[in-house]
Design a protein around this ligand. Structure first.
Ligand SMILES: Nc1ncnc2c1ncn2[C@@H]1O[C@H](COP(=O)(O)OP(=O)(O)OP(=O)(O)O)[C@@H](O)[C@H]1O
Length: 680
């Protein structure tokens, strides 16, 4: 008979030793990490469980990973930050061209935060020696702080209940309640108040103990008053920066490629804080943000906790990119998760399912970005301060290309200092012939394309010395092929029943055509092109208005009963809705029914009532930019938008005539080509 050999006892011992040493190591890390009490307790509880768990079972490594996460999270670690508005402005200017209003609003936002925090700097001095209290109070008051004093811990706690204290400077040895007890109580009940410990019994041990118990700093006695002033300023500056997350969340909104992400990055740099960016596009499951419970196999913390662990600080600038693109099929309620993350009332106790104990997100400065804020739920929008990034004019694009994009691409392709330049006409040709966008993404891509081809040709002629080259507009097709876009508005001839409208979409303004035809039938109105309810109703209202005034347009009374009218919006793959196509539909129908061709280089937008009044619309700047890109000669806008139109920079209207209209009959002279009515 064959018996299996029992395992060697020696091996068993060595496995146990390894296991123990791993536990000892991680226990030491727990003790050294200076965890807040609730995290410390959670770590100890898990370690206790691990001691009774066999290292070979899966739960053991799950437990080890959990404790490892607890000790690696930046519970108390913040970057120093720097709230110098002059520096912040300089960095924003250096990284971004234009965007004046955006920069101004960001600086105002930061300034308000700074001032609000600075206005509240109250210091509590706790010492049993009156002379020490008086001295410290004297220098700190002189430095502009409001000082309160107490002779022991008990008196200090009473004062804390009454006053709004920002910092405590406390002696260590005192009657009734000493500094360490006070520190423990402050840590429990007012964890946001930093404590600087001062003592005459300065020793490495007491310093380490105080710091481990959560003191922000440690000073020996007799206090060097200059050092005290410096330390107080540093600690308060640190909390000031750390508290920056407590005001409304900034939400950058605008078309793609207009600099939202890169401005966020520049803000972090200006404030000397770390930058984290998480894209929420297509997010399907709450667990991706909040983690899975540890009972699931392969559970992990969510993206927020993971990113904080990676950054190593609890006060980064955290960009939640594309918050409007959270997947439609999101499991759980995206708004409630986002609220828990962003709302200062709730995010102090953010719960990640994996972490299973609260982690405060209140020190983070969140910035959300969205292309279309109308998709955001109301309660979320309520807590956000919207900053609009609008599309760029052609001139702005040329300037940004010259100052930022071309130098960046030349450098990226090894062409710096080679004398290669783009003439302004060449840049303008790339913009008009190869891109049609509000932002700068495609422009950067096309310029990169040119630079890569230049790099290849330089490499092929390595033996001949490089010559300075200035690219002209005519050189561009050799690099990018035939132009992809033409300014069709200016080139197309007037047509019966077709007009040009302007719409706003999340990628900026766009032009659309409205096409109409009439055929023998029984008075039906057909609408096609993925139209929403509001748009369909606008079409019905426009037709009713024309029917009610048929005589004025010279249309026979019986005509409508014997005719079917079809209105079509091409690009049926894109859903369209909203009231602002009212006047475009009206003009197309009048053109169709009166057989007067409609000009294609006149674009229009405006809501129309059943009585023919024209109501204001939104997205004026983006729509004007779209008209400009398409080479329109004239744009018709509601008179009610006059103020907004007048406040736009002249660049936005350049090359076009903007005409403000108030009623339906004012539109027709600009659109219909009189005397050219035909039967075709
Ligand atoms: N005003 C500007 N000055 C200089 N560069 C700019 C400016 N605006 C945008 N850019 C550049 O354009 C590129 C695209 O910008 P960015 O990625 O920030 O766009 P975005 O608005 O975040 O787009 P999306 O909505 O698609 O995320 C970046 O390389 C950025 O540096």
């Amino acid at each position: 008979m064959f018996f299996k050999k029992p395992p060697e006892p020696k091996e068993e011992i060595s496995e146990k030793v390894v296991e123990d040493s791993q536990l000892t190591k991680i226990r030491n890390r727990v003790e050294e990490a200076g965890l807040p009490p609730h995290a410390h307790d959670a770590a100890l509880k898990e370690l206790e469980k691990l001691e009774k768990t066999d290292a070979a079972v899966a739960e053991y490594s799950v437990g080890i990973n959990y404790v490892d996460l607890l000790v690696s999270l930046p519970w108390n670690i913040s970057s120093m930050g720097n709230l110098d508005p002059v520096r912040a402005r300089a960095i924003l200017e250096e990284r971004h061209c234009g965007l004046e209003q955006v920069k101004q609003r960001i600086l105002e936002f930061l300034a308000a935060k700074t001032l609000r925090q600075k206005a509240q700097q109250n210091i509590l001095i706790v010492d049993d020696e009156e002379i020490a209290r008086t001295n410290m109070e004297y220098v700190l008051t002189k430095d502009g702080y409001r000082c309160y004093s107490a002779a022991n811990g008990v008196a200090a706690l009473e004062l804390l209940d009454r006053e709004d204290i920002d910092l405590i400077v406390s002696d260590l040895k005192m009657e009734r309640m000493d500094g360490m007890e006070l520190l423990a109580s402050v840590h429990r009940n007012h964890p946001e108040i930093p404590v600087i410990m001062v003592t005459g019994f300065a020793s490495v041990n007491s310093a380490v103990e105080a710091m481990r118990s959560g003191a922000a700093y440690y000073l020996g006695k007799p206090v060097n008053l200059d050092e005290l002033k410096k330390t107080v300023r540093e600690v308060l500056d640190r909390t000031l920066t750390a508290d920056m997350g407590k005001s409304p969340i900034l939400c950058f909104t605008g078309p793609p490629g207009t600099g939202k992400t890169s401005v966020g990055r520049a803000i972090a740099e200006a404030l000397q804080l770390k930058f984290i960016r998480v894209s929420l596009a297509g997010l399907r499951d709450e667990a991706e943000l909040r983690g899975h419970r540890r009972t699931y196999v392969g559970a992990m913390p969510g993206r927020i906790i993971n990113e904080l662990k990676r950054s190593g600080v609890n006060n980064p600038v955290f960009m939640l990119d594309e918050i409007d693109k959270i997947g439609q099929d999101f499991r759980g309620d995206p708004a409630s998760v986002m609220l828990e993350v962003l709302d200062p009332e709730q995010n102090v106790k953010f719960m990640d399912h994996y972490l299973d104990i609260p982690f405060s997100l209140s020190r983070i400065m969140f910035i959300a970005t969205a292309n279309d804020v109308t998709k955001l739920p109301g309660p979320l929008l309520d807590r956000m301060e919207l900053i609009e990034f609008s599309g760029y004019t052609e001139k702005e694009k040329c300037r940004i290309a010259e100052k930022f994009i071309i130098p960046r691409q030349l450098k990226a392709n090894g062409l710096r200092n080679t004398g290669i330049e783009f003439s302004p006409e060449a840049v303008a040709r790339v913009i008009s012939g190869y891109t049609r966008e509000s932002g700068l993404r495609n422009l950067e891509r096309e310029i990169a394309n040119v630079c890569r081809k230049l790099a290849l040709s330089r490499l092929n002629q390595e033996d001949t010395p490089p010559q300075a080259t200035t690219l002209e507009a005519n050189d561009i097709p050799a690099f990018l092929g035939p132009r992809r876009f033409i300014r069709e508005g200016a080139q197309t001839t007037p047509r019966i029943g077709i007009t040009t409208g302007l719409v706003w979409s999340e990628s900026g303004g766009e032009i659309i055509n409205v096409e109409t035809v009439a055929m023998k039938g029984s008075g039906r109105l057909l609408l096609t092109g993925s139209l929403g309810d509001v748009l369909q109703e606008s079409a019905q209202a426009a037709l009713s208005l024309i029917r009610s005034q048929a005589g004025e347009y010279g249309i026979d009374d019986h005509y409508f009963a014997e005719t079917d009218i079809h209105i079509h919006f091409p690009a049926g793959g894109i859903a369209k809705d909203g009231p602002s196509a009212g006047i475009t539909i009206f003009a197309a129908l009048v053109s169709l029914l009166t057989k007067c061709p409609a000009r294609r280089d006149v674009a229009m937008t405006g809501e129309m009532t059943l009585s023919g009044r024209i109501l204001p619309i939104s997205g004026i700047r983006e729509k004007l930019l779209a008209a400009q890109r398409a080479g329109m000669q004239r744009v018709l806008l509601p008179l009610a938008n006059k103020e907004e139109v007048e406040s736009l920079p002249p660049d936005v209207r350049e090359g076009m005539t903007v005409t403000l209209v108030d009623a339906s009959d004012e539109i027709l002279p600009y659109v219909l080509v009189k005397g050219e009515s035909s039967d075709s």
